[in-house]
Ligand binder design. Structure first.
Ligand code: ADP
Ligand code: ZN
Ligand code: ZN
Length: 810
């Protein structure tokens, strides 16, 4: 007897293990590992995923087992590798197994769907006479599952066999009709000789029909009806009457909704590689040829030609008949990028993208599942592409925070990529101008092979960076948000009709306290992060350990009374610009102006085509954009990201300043970068000015070591949320009390404290933070503590989330 182990789709810890089910003989043709099934679970019927199939020796046990009721797909949507990956994720990220699986599937497979059957191939006559179901399909085309159950209840068990034999196929349609799209196709139903004879015999008034026959005569495949009508200038009625005479057949054929279908992509010029590019490729060639796991970190300055290298390694991977995943941050998945890749690899590429409809994404995903493409380009979740012969994973801008999913399962695409690359003996290539500290540290220790490119392509200089001390501007009575230098340079570019990018680096609630006279900021003496200002009681508080002080009236450093919380919005900058430079055309990009679908792209196009002088925006304009006419990039206040209550604040500032600077002077015109700041001596600013990543890395590593942060320590953030403060505190304290005696001596437990965002959706939030270095059983321990409190938390409706290696500490 065959037994399937099934993970049921109920995301609670009690069900977080496979359950055994019998496989009835009639379902055997369709049952495979990775398949979705319907199984009885208690009084309910639930969806599940088959994780393994075994032969059960012990018959007495299996008598107790219940049977699988249905197999949902003709082809399992998950590969064996992905099933194993989900299991690993479930342990590594402490999430229910089924949620790890759900993260891998396109949304369409998770929504409300209807199953339809249709014929693939004409069944032979004998079968037809036996089966009412097949006869129905033969005459009507397709039939809904629910109808089949009603009209042909006895035939249900034969269907898996029909599917396996290639007679019938099933598909899902979603309520909003976003699954497969079908298009009418025309084919000749006559043999060649018959067709020729017919053409001779047709009278002159049937000239149109003759044209159709002639057109179809040399086609080996059905032709889209639309094309044929266009080509010959016909109406449908001609075809309909020809179909009645059985000369042609009209069929509905599936086409993929290719979002890029109406565009042709020019083959991009293949450059002669620079010496640095050659050297990097050489280093990777061996691993690619040998098909063995190796991880590389490509550290190349902005404009050094990293993307060009990605293309080359993809090409080498395809030459080995293996497949490639190319991950990019959502924000750099611009049409420019897609164009570059589609231009080079054409139809072999699938693109997944949040701007695509669910149906479009489903289509792209199925191209991968069916092996019709060899490259997938996409954001984070593309790391789960169901390839079967994976040879390469590229992570562009590997330091980007968006590679971490901020909801369950809280996975990092980099971790998943490493797992898959090892599993497949594939090459992993991570690229960045500003690698994450954790990544660079591992590279210096040999875990990844470090490849470096220090020069821009074509000897283009890196932009000149000028730092303006805003304290000095204060002293000179300039209270404007623009320094005199930046003001003059904007004026100059406007006169020359060159373009400007202004960057305001701000997060909504970043309310740190700063002295505008001397640049002093309030920081926690224990955690070395900025204190956050609380308006309600005028206190400043540390969000890691809870340290709190009353907001001082005067600066502790210089006694000035210009000490207060800090922050300017893009809207205010825009107003100021129109006041200072009448008639200036500002394109503002922030969460407000880009919330509508497509707005982001439209604004950029506007700027690119010269319908704006200044592009003003937040983080979202820092990366991936390439505008030939931009010759000035201004950072209005570098300090806003420097004093976020996050131990990565300096790193993020360095990354942002480097990326922003990288936008200038990428083309013929050279560029200037102006950084305004109240702390010009801060190492993240001085090193960004000198384009010196390594110097920044060493300075930052010293501080990380001193204060016990990654990569020296690893973090776990445990957050509790509930409508009542006492309840949420109680939960956090119980958790802490349970953990404390079980932790290694070197592990530090911080909190409970209120979370930086203390309330979301009317739920108060408290957190614990673990800093550990040597805690080999950390996953077990966390699993154990969550299990221990599982029912208590549920009873009291406290929401728990555990984030390993958190990225967002705000
Ligand atoms: P990065 O990804 O490192 O920022 P890109 O790969 O986008 O750099 O390259 C920057 C620019 O230089 C692009 O316009 C690209 O087409 C061009 N480029 C890249 N490699 C070469 C080369 N070997 N010769 C000439 N131009 C190149
Ligand atoms: Zn001061
Ligand atoms: Zn602190």
């Amino acid at each position: 007897m065959l037994i399937a182990k099934v993970i049921v789709d109920i995301p609670v810890s009690r069900t977080n293990r496979p359950f055994d089910y019998l496989i009835p003989a009639w379902l055997e043709p369709l049952l495979a590992v990775g398949g979705r099934v319907i199984v009885p679970f208690g009084p309910r019927k639930v969806q599940g995923y088959v994780v393994s199939i075994t032969e059960e020796a012990n018959d007495s046990d299996s008598k107790m087992l219940r049977e699988i009721e249905q197999v949902l797909d003709d082809v399992p949507p998950l590969t064996l590798e992905l099933i194993q990956l989900a299991e690993w994720m479930s342990t590594r990220y402490l999430c229910p197994h089924t949620m790890a699986i759900a993260a891998m599937l396109p949304a369409v497979l998770k929504g409300k769907t209807e199953k339809w059957y249709s014929l693939v191939d004409e069944p032979d006559r004998e079968l037809l006479t036996q089966s009412g179901f097949l006869t129905y399909l033969f005459n009507q085309g397709s039939m809904k599952q629910t109808e089949v159950e009603k009209q042909f209840p006895d035939e249900g068990k034969a269907i898996p066999g029909y599917i396996r034999q290639g007679i019938v196929e099933s598909e899902y349609t979603v309520k909003d009709r976003i699954t497969r799209k079908k298009v009418a196709h025309v084919a000749l139903s006559l043999g060649e000789m018959q067709a020729m004879e017919l053409m001779d015999s047709l009278p002159a008034r049937s000239a149109r029909m003759k044209e159709v026959i002639a057109f179809l005569l040399d086609k080996t495949e059905p032709v889209p009806m639309k094309d044929l009508l266009m080509e010959l200038g016909l109406t449908r009625s001609t075809l309909t009457s020809m179909e009645k005479k059985n000369w042609i057949t009209l069929t509905q054929k599936e086409v993929y909704r290719d979002p890029y279908a109406d565009r042709t992509f020019a083959m991009p010029t293949k450059h002669i590689l620079t010496a640095e590019q050659e050297k990097c490729l050489k280093a990777m060639e061996k691993a690619i040829k040998a098909e063995e796991y190796q991880a590389f970190l490509l550290h190349g300055v902005t404009g050094s030609g990293k993307t060009e290298i990605y293309m080359e390694v993809i090409e080498q991977t395809l030459a080995k008949d293996r497949e490639a995943i190319f991950l990019v941050p959502e924000i750099s998945l611009t049409p420019q990028m897609v164009e570059r890749i589609k231009g080079r690899f054409g139809d072999q590429v699938a693109v997944t993208h949040s701007a695509l409809s669910q149906g479009e994404r489903y289509d792209e995903w199925r191209k991968i599942l069916r092996g019709q493409v060899k490259v997938v380009v996409g954001a984070r979740s593309a790391v789960f592409a169901p390839f079967r012969n994976l040879g390469l994973i590229i992570i562009d801008e590997e330091h980007e925070g968006s590679y971490k999913q901020e909801e369950t399962p809280r996975y990092h695409a980099r971790d998943v990529a490493i797992w898959r690359a090892q599993q497949n003996q594939a090459v992993l290539l991570m690229g960045s101008a500003t690698p994450a500290l954790e990544t660079y540290a591992l590279a210096t220790r040999g875990r990844y092979q470090l490849l470096t490119m220090k020069e821009r392509v074509n000897n283009r200089p890196l932009p000149r960076v000028q730092v303006v001390d805003m304290r000095e501007e204060m002293r000179q009575q300039n209270r404007s948000m623009f320094s005199r230098d930046l003001h003059n340079m904007i004026e100059d570019r406007l006169k020359k009709q060159e373009q400007i990018v202004l960057f305001l680096n701000r997060r909504g609630f970043s309310t740190f306290v700063m002295c505008r006279s001397c640049g002093f900021t309030l920081a926690c003496p224990h955690c070395d992060i900025s204190l956050t200002y609380h308006r309600t009681n005028h206190t400043a508080r540390c969000h890691y350990c809870g340290y709190t002080i009353v907001q001082p009236k005067n600066c502790p450093e210089c006694q000035s009374d210009h000490i207060r919380f800090f922050g300017t919005g893009t809207q205010k900058v825009e107003e100021e610009l129109s006041k200072l430079f009448p008639g200036v055309r500002v394109i503002r990009m922030d969460v407000d102006t880009t919330s509508k679908k497509g707005a982001h792209e439209a604004l950029l196009t506007k700027f690119r085509t010269g319908q704006g002088d200044i592009l003003l925006g937040t983080q979202m304009i820092a990366k991936g954009l390439d505008f030939p006419k931009v010759t000035l990039v201004g950072v209005i206040a570098a300090d806003t990201s420097l004093y976020l209550p996050d131990f990565r604040a300096a790193e993020k500032t360095f990354q942002l300043l480097t990326q922003v600077g990288g936008r200038a002077g990428r083309h013929e015109l050279t560029g200037d970068v102006v950084i305004q700041t109240y702390t010009p001596e801060h190492y993240s600013i001085t090193h960004a000015t000198n384009h010196d990543y390594e110097a920044f890395y060493y300075d930052e590593m010293v501080l990380r070591k001193q204060n016990g942060y990654p990569p020296f320590f690893r973090l776990v953030l445990i957050t509790f949320a509930h409508e009542d403060v006492p309840m949420v505190i109680k939960a956090a304290e119980q958790f802490a009390d349970y953990l404390r005696p079980r932790l290694a001596d070197s592990t530090i437990l911080l909190g409970p404290v209120t979370s930086p965002i203390s309330r979301i959706k009317d739920r108060f939030r408290f957190q614990l933070m673990l800093k550990y270095r040597d805690e080999p059983k950390i996953f077990d321990l966390l699993a154990q503590v969550s299990m221990h409190f599982d029912s208590w938390l549920k009873q009291n409706k406290v929401i728990l989330s555990i984030d390993l290696d958190p990225q967002m500490l705000l």
